[in-house]
Design a protein around this ligand. Structure first.
Ligand SMILES: Nc1nc2c(ncn2[C@@H]2O[C@H](COP(=O)(O)OP(=O)(O)O)[C@@H](O)[C@H]2O)c(=O)[nH]1
Ligand SMILES: [Mg+2]
Length: 213
């Protein structure tokens, strides 16, 4: 190797190192379908960048592939954190095309959507193992948190030593029970919010800066 080539390689190793130190953290938004992941991802993206990540929907599994919003800068109490928000499909033990048929879809379209949703779930699980630096785990606080999917995902997150925040969403609804979520995962901090109404977002941003900054 010539002197110039080896000098160029050394310089690029040093500059790569410098850039790596500044690289945004990749934060995955995980949870079961309909918890409000996309609503939250959109609220974060709109609050800090002015654009949305993707469509929110009452149809389960509407987010069938992961969507990403890069370089979202969040600043809180002098702490600045730059994150890539990754909105993942809801993870579930069962994706059935009949769930889509309930929403007035043609069978062919329903089957295609359920196949895509299954692939999206596999992709989201792969990322959880390989590709995220931290997790925002969103739960609908009007539903029972003691499910196989939640236990399994929180277990994977813990086994990877990933920093994780648990968000108890939909506090605007009358059946909301934040304490039930806090009791289900006592080893993690649970933060209540309404992603739809924008309630308690200040605390959510403070915790994001604290956990992932
Ligand atoms: N009442 C209420 N509804 C919410 C809230 N967040 C999301 N939703 C609704 O729950 C449904 C699913 O939301 P979405 O963000 O698509 O969930 P995802 O499947 O986890 O991405 C939509 O109808 C949302 O409007 C919330 O904080 N309060
Ligand atoms: Mg979604």
């Amino acid at each position: 190797m010539g002197l110039l080539t080896s000098l160029r390689d050394s310089i690029s190793r040093v500059t790569d190192g410098l850039f790596a130190a500044d690289e945004p953290k990749r934060i995955g938004i995980y949870g079961p379908p309909n918890a409000g992941k996309t609503t939250l991802a959109n609220r974060i993206a709109r609050d800090w960048t002015g654009d949305a990540v993707g469509p929110e929907s009452h149809i389960p599994h509407e987010t069938r592939r992961a969507r990403r919003k890069e370089n979202v800068e969040i600043e809180r109490n002098g702490r600045k954190v730059t994150i890539d928000i990754v909105d993942t499909p809801g993870v579930t033990t069962k994706v059935d095309y009949k769930e889509f048929l309930d929403h007035d879809m043609e069978k062919e379209d329903a089957v295609r959507r359920s196949r895509e949703a299954t692939e999206g779930v596999a992709e989201a699980m792969h990322w959880l193992r390989e590709d995220v630096d931290g997790v925002i785990y969103v739960l609908d606080s009007t539903t029972d948190p003691f499910t196989q999917v939640n236990t399994m995902l929180i277990g994977i997150i813990e086994s990877q030593d990933l920093p994780a925040l648990i968000l108890a969403n939909k506090t605007d609804l009358p059946g909301s029970d934040v304490q039930q979520i806090a009791n289900a995962f006592p080893q993690h901090e649970t933060i209540p919010l309404s992603a739809l109404e924008g309630e308690n977002m200040d605390e959510v941003y403070t915790k994001i800066a604290e956990y992932f900054g």
